[in-house]
Each structure stands twice: as C-alpha cells, then as structure tokens.
Design a protein around this ligand. Sequence first.
Ligand SMILES: NC(=O)c1ccc[n+]([C@@H]2O[C@H](COP(=O)([O-])OP(=O)(O)OC[C@H]3O[C@@H](n4cnc5c(N)ncnc54)[C@H](O)[C@@H]3O)[C@@H](O)[C@H]2O)c1
Ligand SMILES: [Zn+2]
Length: 695
Amino acid sequence: MTPAERIAYLTDRINYFNDRYYQDSVSEISDQAFDELLKELTSLENEHPALKLADSPTQRVGGTITKNFPTVYHRYPMQSLDNTYSEAELRSFDERVKKGLGEESHEYVCELKFDGISLSFTYEDGLLQRGVTRGDGTRGDDITANVKTIRSLPLRISGDAIPGFLEVRGEGFMPLSSFERLNAELEATGDSLYANPRNAASGAFKLQDSAETARRGLDCYVYSFLSDEDIFQSHEESLIGLQKWGFNVSPGWRKCHTIDEAIAFIHEWEEKRYKLPLATDGIVLKINDYAQQRELGSTSKSPRWAIAFKYKAENKPALLRFVSYQVGRTGAVTPVANLSALSERGVPYEKARGVHLSGTQVKRATLHNANELERLGLHLGDTVFVEKSGEIIPKITGVDHTQRTLFDTEQIHFPTHCPECGTTLIRPEGEVAFYCPNERGCPPQLRGKIEHFIQRRAMNIDSLGEGKIELLFDKGLVHTVADLYDLNYDSLLGLEKEILNEETGKTKKISFREKTVENILKGIESSKEVPFKNLLFGLGIRYVGATVGEKLAAYFRNMDALMTASLEELVNVPEIGGRIAQSVRDYFSDPENQRLIERLRMAGLNFATDEVPIEIESDTLQGKTFVISGVFQHFDRDELKARIEANGGRVLSGVSGKLNYLVAGENMGPSKLEKAKRLGVTILSEEEFVAMLTS
Ligand SMILES: NC(=O)c1ccc[n+]([C@@H]2O[C@H](COP(=O)([O-])OP(=O)(O)OC[C@H]3O[C@@H](n4cnc5c(N)ncnc54)[C@H](O)[C@@H]3O)[C@@H](O)[C@H]2O)c1
Ligand SMILES: [Zn+2]
C-alpha cells in the first residue's frame, strides 16, 4: 500500500468508527485499537502533509450533531483532549509545557478521566438554561430536558460571585449499577446490550423521551468553568468554587507540583479506580494556572495545556476450559475461548468464576481465526493470557507453555464442519477465515442477515434486537428479511422463549406483550420509508457497504435499473471496481434473490432515490483549492464543501503555500488565519465567496 492509499484507508475507517461511536453509541473496536489507528494516521499525515484529506479525523473533534434535537452553537468551542498511553510521552508533554512557559514553574491538577459523554450547561442569572452535547465541537444537540433528569445537577445556583452568564462542563455518565440494571432489562426483552457504560450513557442522553432517560439513572461530574468575567484565577479555584455552588465535583482530584507527582497519582489509581461506582479510563493532567493555560493555547482539536493518560489494557492468566465456534452473518467461523480463573480448575464451567479483568469477570475471549488457533497451538487446560482492551471483547494474547507439561492433553484443531449446520467448511484463497457455505440454511447466517437488515444505517428497525430475532426465527416466523413484512399483531402477541446464557448456564424468558408487539410493527412499518440507498445496504450484498450502497443508489436511481445493469455498466459507476460489480451482478442474477426483491416490492419498500443528484453547477472554481474554517451564516460546512466541489474546486484541510483560498467564517482559529496571511493565501469572507460563485 502506498502512503496515499493507507491515508485514504485510515481516514475512511476512523470516520466510520467515529460515526458508529458518536451516532449509534456503538464501539466496534476497542478504544486502544482506535487510538492506534488515529496515531498512525497522524504520523503519516505529518510525514506527507500534501496527502492529508479534507475530511481527516485528526483535525477535528470526532462527534457529530443529530437531527433529533435543536442545534445550538457553543459560546466557547468544546474541544477534545490529546491522549497517550505512555509515561515517556507524558514526560515529553511536560517538556513542551516547560518550553512554552519559559522560566515560569507550573502545577498540574490531576483528575480521573470519567468515561461518559461531554456535556455543557449554561446558567443565566443562576438558572440552568441549557444542557448541550459536545457535538462537532462548534455546535451540539440541545438536550436540556434530558440533562434535567440528573438529580445532582443544580437547576438554580445562588451566591455573591455568580456572574450573569456562566458555563459549566462535565462528564455525563451512567453509574455501573444503572448500567448493569439496564443491560439485564435489555437481555430480558431480547434487545441488544450495550458494550460498556459509556455507550449506554451516550444512548440514554440522546433519547427522545426524557421520562425514559430519567429511568436510566444518569449522573454527572463537573470539571470545568467558563465565563466572560474573571471569577477564578486557576482550575483549582474553579473546582472549589463549583463545589461551593452545589455542583457535583468528583473528590478524587489532586494538585501536583511535578510530573513525577502526577505519575505517582496515575499509579495510585490504576487499580483503585475499579472500586469507583463508575467507569474511568485514565487520568487527565491540566495546567492549574489560567494565565498559563492561555499562554499555551490550543490546536484545532485540543488544548496544549492538558493531556489525558489512558490506562493500557490489563493482561492476566486464565484457564482454558474449552473452545467453541461462532458462525457469523457472512458464514465466517470464529473460535472462542471459554475460560475460568486459574484457581477454579476443579469447578464445572457454568459454576466457575471467570478471570477478573478491568473490573469485570471474563469467561469468554476471542481467538480470531484458525491461524491464530494454530499459532497458539492451544491444548485444553492450558494457561492462557487474556486482555480486555477498552472494555470490548476480550482476546487471548498468548499461552504459558511452562504450565503445559503438568496437564498434558491434545492440541485443539479447527473443525472441518460447521458447528451449526454440519456443512463442510471452506477457506477462500487468500483469506484467513473459514466459512460455512450454506448461506441459505445455516441458522446463524440467516439470523445475521436479518440483524444486518434492521440496523440504523439500513432499515433502522430499532424495536427488533438480537434476542427478538432469535425468537422469531426459532418460531419459524421469519426466515428471510421479506418475512418481516408478513408479521402481524396476532402472530406476535404472546410469543415466548427461554434464552440460555452460556457463561452462567442460566436461562431467561423473553415474551412479547402488547407494547412490544406494537413497537415491532411500528418499526417495520416505518422502515418502508427509509431511503433506497439504505435498502441496498440492508440487503447484505457482498462488498456493498453503506457507502457503496449510496453510490449505486445515486447512479442507478431505482431498483429496476440496478437489477438489469450489465457488468460493464456497473464498472462505469465512479469508484465501483470489478469485484463489487461482479458481486452485485451475481446477487441479482440469482432467482431466489429476485423473488425476495419482488416480495419487498410488494410490501411497499422504497425502491427509488428521491434525492436530487449532485450536479456539476459550473467550472468557475476549476483548478482552485480551498480551505474552509470557522462558522458561516448561510451554509454549514458540508454544504459549503459541496458547493465548492459542484463548481469544480477542491477542498483541502490544511493551509500551505500552494493553497489558493481560505474561506474564513466567524470564530476561526487565529493561528490558521495568521499562517494564511504569512503565506500570501487569499482570504475570502463568506460574501466574497458567494460573489465569486455568481460572478
Ligand atoms: N472504540 C471506538 O470505536 C471509538 C470511536 C471513536 C472514539 N473512541 C474513543 O473516544 C476517544 C475520542 O473521544 P474524545 O474526543 O471524547 O476524547 P477522549 O474521550 O479521549 O477525551 C476527551 C474527553 O474526555 C472527557 N473527560 C472525562 N473526564 C474528564 C476530566 N476530568 N476533565 C476533562 N475531560 C474529561 C471529556 O468528555 C472530554 O471531551 C478516542 O480516543 C477513543 O478512545 C472510540
Ligand atoms: Zn453452517
């Protein structure tokens, strides 16, 4: 892969994970793995600044605003934090601070890094006016009704020194006890569980029904104060002041005079943090003195006066009890290690305690694929090492061979047949995974197709979760996605099923009552309205992800045109290669798929694109490059970008000597403006830009 390809790939992946994380409250990979990708992209971009893409995630806060709440502009931008996993990098940070401050000495305030979502609260004349999410850092979602459900958040504050307008920021989170209760409820109703308390908090803060938000038991720690008036001179003073005004300030913070003291604080909390009633993922170091904070300033994404140290994943030995095999939507077979604590050797698996990792008991960990299984050469009863990074699926990282001789058993080999349907497994050339080819008969593959179909990016039927689909499938009601549209009230009401938790051996009953049934049917009904591109993605055609679905929908505009398109036509679509084209062709040539599509058509799904295609408006800006910065009156940034591109221009992310124009909105960073002036780049106001378009 060339650097350009790698940069394009990483930009795409990271933007995708950001979208899942901030929009869907879902983490598909661990935070540590995510941070590694971002770090790799940052250093590649530094090496090759010209290759940096306009939508690079290194330049901005990762979040987004939604259409579900009113959008509010932040008075002061809400930034992210630079982060590191290493002490050496903390020391370099300290060196940079020293350089930045010259001779002056500095102090840090160290705080726990709470794992929730960033919130802003504004108070006018002592009254809580608004609660807003961080969003894209410039604008956020107004979720006032939901933040008012936080009991520890004062609705009114009083005292002498309270300024007319003030903003307080903090972390909204879901306490572990609320999180466990919520997941137990979701399990009982057959809905998908949240992977961690941060995702659960993010989901709960963005619910439309604040009575439901209230029920989810959210809380908040505040850690920052902003005002146009000079009330406090340091961060420490602000924390003490906020506490006096009645805000919930976490008591765990400490003022440190040296980086060594800060590192000692980090060590102190490494284990102790698991005793806290909420999830934390590190320690934040902040320069205490406000004047020094101002002196150090910030980048477009984060302040230079603060850094987050994140704890690395814990790695511990565990006992391998047996290996099971999971079959996914695509038929790929994944080996899973079933574990217990080493001391539980004699205890049956269901009763045995798991290994204690990052505050939870772990009994299952992924082994990824057959190669990994062979590489580790596992035997039953082996002592293996387990790691849980960023609270996502734990994984096996190695074997302790010194323990092997004590309990000699045979090596575990990957199965030759599908554990679910008995079909002989195949391994396509060049792939590490084995697949069950029985696409139309293998139960987890069939269920997986339906799970794929209902997700937000596809048909968005959020009233159906994994457990509910399993129930519908087992009762023989739903075999393919088309069957969903034949469901009715009477066929659903009263359905019941016991679901087995394999780790504990316990069963739970899920049953469909009136409200559940109504919600399921409502969700299915409104899925008929989702855009055509979502449907294309939802069908689960190999290699047709959300982006490809969008491109196909924009090009062919309706199902019939796409179904009858030849291979040549498909390859003509911008950015669609031979492999995708072939896969689309194969899919629509299959009579069974054709019947499925006909049933979906009869059900009344949206088979055509109604969006106006992006058309080339002119070539006025041909060959010209632009950087967009700040906030605009008449466009949001995406619109502005679209207009530039529709008129032949190109949008870049960074200011350099080769840049033609900087389109400067309000509140743009002064350093960018200065740099542009220094390099002789033409600076356009919004009006000048519009004039240029229409000239
Ligand atoms: N797993 C995934 O798929 C995925 C995707 C996107 C982002 N992420 C994670 O999210 C991170 C990016 O999110 P981010 O921009 O919010 O950065 P961040 O979470 O690393 O740090 C910034 C945030 O920390 C929070 N915070 C908690 N305690 C704080 C304290 N005491 N003082 C100040 N702030 C405090 C604030 O909300 C602040 O906005 C990534 O580094 C990654 O770890 C994961
Ligand atoms: Zn199978």
